[in-house]
Design a protein around this ligand. Structure first.
Ligand SMILES: [Mg+2]
Length: 173
């Protein structure tokens, strides 16, 4: 399986990623996926846990942006209460979110991490943009049949990564 689709790090939850971990890897901004990364796929608003985690990053001077392939309506309703910029319908694995974050925050791709639960979209976007790629375990599996198919294709890549990179995996698995 292509190394290109492998993440740099794997976390059991986005909330396990600390500001100090990001600092240690030279990261000054994060690009976050919403569905099944920050909240379950059908949650319209950020949870209390998501709000607290985002504000912890911001208070540690880590810039935060949302990038989702979902519609503008879904993404704006979610991002506005967090008071963070977003790109919607961003066609991940396109590198567009990384380019947008570089411009917005005045950073290099190597100072940015893309964080999300899907290999082909989130990790692909990080790789295409030259950013750090952090894969998170999906929050739940209430997904449409197309996403379920992608999960089946992703599973061997994730399993292989976890098996061979224990030092880059954080959490219970
Ligand atoms: Mg997702």
């Amino acid at each position: 399986m292509s190394k290109r689709l492998q993440p740099d790090f794997y976390f059991d939850s986005v909330f396990s990623i600390s500001p100090s971990f990001l600092f240690d890897h030279g990261i000054k901004a994060v690009i976050l996926d919403i569905d099944n990364t920050l909240v379950p796929a059908n949650e319209k608003l950020p949870s209390e846990q998501a709000r607290l985690w985002v504000s912890e990053l911001k208070s540690n001077k880590i810039a935060v942006m949302i990038a989702s392939n979902n519609t503008k309506k879904r993404v704006s309703v979610f991002a506005d209460p967090l008071d963070i910029p977003y790109v919607s319908e961003c066609l991940k694995p396109s590198k567009k979110p990384v380019i947008t974050a570089c411009t917005l925050f005045g950073l290099k791709p190597s100072e940015i991490a893309v964080i999300g639960d899907q290999v082909f979209t989130d990790i692909g976007s990080a790789r295409n943009g030259g950013a750090l790629a952090i894969l998170t375990k999906p929050i739940n599996n209430t997904e449409n049949p197309f996403v379920k198919l992608k999960r089946a294709a992703e599973r061997p890549i994730v399993k292989d990564f976890i098996k061979n990179n224990k030092d880059k995996c954080f959490g219970k698995e």
